[in-house]
Write a protein that binds this ligand. Structure first.
Ligand code: CO
Length: 138
């Protein structure tokens, strides 16, 4: 079951410039950064009232986020909902005809298990589902 909006991810070509915008200009706080190797990204976390903005930047100029930047420049990349049972949600949504980018969940930031719904089966929006490890739950 989907329980909350986990984060909104923005692809940025220049992480330092984006941190300056969101922290210095808009006044959000940087809670941390993490390299997410399976996604080939460095991710910066900016919490804001019950959810967070994630700035995602390609590691070594490679991976799907680099492809997104090459095609469209920076911008909104995906929204992520927290799931309390990602396998059950994937099965249910597959049964409704949604396609996923992977057959099974993959490791995400913060020890999560994540899966992405293909934007072509979701009205052009890339939707991520994330299940947090039990000890860390929100
Ligand atoms: Co995400």
């Amino acid at each position: 079951m989907i329980t909350r909006l986990d984060h909104i991810a923005i692809a940025v070509p220049d992480l330092q410039a984006a941190l300056k915008r969101f922290c210095d200009d808009l006044g959000l706080s940087l809670a941390g950064q993490e390299d997410v190797l399976p996604a080939q990204t460095r991710t910066a976390f900016l919490p804001v009232e019950g959810t967070r903005i994630e700035l995602i930047h390609p590691l070594k100029g490679q991976g799907p986020v680099q492809g997104f930047l090459d095609k469209r420049g920076g911008g909104l990349h995906h929204i992520c909902f927290e799931s309390d049972d990602i396998l059950a949600d994937m099965e249910r949504l597959k049964g409704l005809g949604y396609r996923f980018l992977s057959d099974a969940p993959t490791p995400g930031a913060h020890g999560t298990k994540v899966a992405f719904i293909h934007p072509k089966s979701a009205g052009g929006v890339l939707i991520e589902l994330a299940e947090h490890p039990p000890a860390q739950g929100h």
